[in-house]
Design a protein around this ligand. Structure first.
Ligand code: ASP
Length: 323
């Protein structure tokens, strides 16, 4: 069964909306805002299995840091997912290079970028956080560090990704794709039973990117940021725009000033729109969770959705968009 068949898609226009394929009605506002209802996790796009995994772990009392790592690792291993981990689309030269980061409730964080031949960059990022005095390792250094820490080298380029890359080579059109069938960078935030928040973000980046290109996903403050007193945010979409605006950090700072997660995401997306008049050509989506367990999401183009897991139950929710 396809993953999306598991998912109950709902709209955002209001409360009491019927669930697709279900007789139940669903109160979106109350699902997004259930203060104090922990554990909770939110995951970009429709990564249902990842949301389910984190929800199960959180329900068992596993800390948020482990839950987000284990959750996103599901997609790193999913060969059908061409935007994260093994099976991810390669760069122009046909090499798959991965970016990931992880952030703990105490503000500690780890990150890897331009990592080749390792299936779980987020697990390497966690090692960087825990085993080194640094935040970020890249390229060959990150790879050597992974091997020294027991990670197995693996070929990340699948036959399917290779076939699509060869097809792309014929035209070599370098154009960002707005929403890749709802499968893109996986960013996840979770609050555990102890009310602590953690987050992770992992991606193969833009398909057929320039060699050496690194996006927002491994950049703390851009692809992911959190503060255990306030909440957290993750980003997906055009990494360059997210980096220029340090969007995840901005969302958390707006929540610190009293904005709801929804208001914070909207303000941060509008900041990107104001700063680049070509905003119609790319997608950026932001997802946020505050310490009260309230959720917000906003994006430029329609098409972004996220998985909310509360009390072990997954719901896929469409985000509102600027356009
Ligand atoms: N943000 C990722 C990057 O720019 C890609 C994505 O989320 O679609 O690498």
């Amino acid at each position: 069964m396809k993953r999306r068949n598991f998912i109950r898609n709902i709209g955002v226009a209001g409360v009491g909306l019927p669930l697709v394929g279900s007789n139940l009605s669903f109160d979106l506002a109350s699902a997004q805002s259930k203060p104090g209802q922990f554990p909770v996790s939110i995951t970009t796009w429709n990564f249902h299995q990842a949301g389910k995994k984190s929800g199960e772990l959180l329900s068992e009392g596993i800390p948020a840091l482990d839950a987000v790592q284990q959750g996103v690792m599901i997609e790193e291993s999913n060969l059908e997912n061409t935007t994260v981990g093994k099976g991810g689309a390669p760069d122009r030269e046909g090499e798959v290079t991965l970016d990931a980061c992880i952030m703990a409730p105490d503000g500690n964080c780890g990150s890897v970028a331009y990592l080749k031949n390792i299936e779980h960059p987020v697990a390497v990022a966690r090692k960087v956080m825990e085993e080194t005095p640094h935040v970020m390792l890249v390229g060959e250094g990150a790879y050597n560090f992974a091997i020294q820490n027991g990670f197995e080298p693996t070929n990340l380029l699948t036959e399917n990704s290779k076939k699509h890359w060869k097809k792309w080579l014929k035209e070599k059109e370098y154009k960002p794709i707005i929403n890749i069938e709802n499968h893109d960078t996986i960013g996840m935030l979770a609050i555990d039973k102890a009310s602590d928040i953690a987050g992770a973000c992992t991606t193969s980046g833009l398909a057929y990117k320039m060699q050496g290109r690194v996006g927002d996903s491994p950049i703390i403050g851009a692809g992911l940021f959190l503060d255990n007193e306030i909440g957290g945010a993750v980003a997906t979409g055009m990494g360059e725009e997210i980096m220029k605006n340090v969007s995840s950090f901005l969302v958390v700072e707006l929540m610190r000033q009293g904005k709801s997660p929804q208001e914070a995401c909207e303000i941060a997306i509008k900041r990107i729109i104001r700063s680049n008049n070509r905003y119609k050509d790319f997608q950026v989506a932001l997802l946020a969770l505050n310490k009260q367990g309230e959720v917000g999401a906003y994006c430029i183009h329609p098409g972004f959705s996220y998985v909310l897991n509360r009390a072990g139950e997954n719901i896929n929710i469409k985000s509102e968009s600027y356009l």
